[in-house]
Design a binder for this molecule. Structure first.
Ligand SMILES: [Zn+2]
Length: 154
């Protein structure tokens, strides 16, 4: 009993993650774009949309930003942002650590989105599992965004 709890303690917190979760964490830490983010950007670009990425100065640094439309898109990893779908697994150890971390992630997301809305932005959240499996995602995004080309101001 004692031995196993010692072993547990010595393991680093990332040992409890799947390879996909670990690589998403590393991406976040290094500020590198995640796979679902790139997929959303490629999909939007292929549909004729032009956008900015990771615009500094906006709450939460949205992943894709349409400045003229004032629309911010977040591409959220289901595990880190607690989507509640089957990809939202619970780590089997260091449960309190993760609980606290997840709660602060969700709370930060909420605050950032509320601040954006107060500042006159519209916010769309694309979940990782939707990027992978939901064929309606880009149709819904296009609905939200409007046509790829905005009319020129008169
Ligand atoms: Zn999900």
């Amino acid at each position: 009993m004692v031995g196993s709890s010692f072993r547990m303690r010595r393991r680093s917190m990332t040992d409890t993650l799947t390879p996909a979760q670990r690589s998403a964490l590393m991406s976040r830490i290094r500020g590198v774009d995640t796979k679902p983010e790139l997929a959303v950007r490629r999909g939007l670009h292929a549909r004729g949309y032009r956008y900015r990425t990771h615009l500094r100065g906006l709450p939460g640094r949205p992943d894709v930003v349409f400045t003229k439309r004032r629309i911010a898109v977040f591409v959220h990893g289901c595990f880190w942002h607690r989507h509640g779908c089957p990809k939202t697994s619970d780590p089997k150890s260091r449960i309190e650590y993760w609980q606290t971390k997840f709660e602060s992630n969700v709370e930060r997301d909420r605050r950032n989105q509320e601040q954006l809305v107060r500042d006159g932005w519209r916010v769309f959240v694309a979940w990782e599992c939707e990027v992978e499996k939901d064929e309606t995602l880009f149709a819904r995004l296009a609905d939200f965004l409007g046509p790829p080309r905005l009319p020129e101001p008169a």
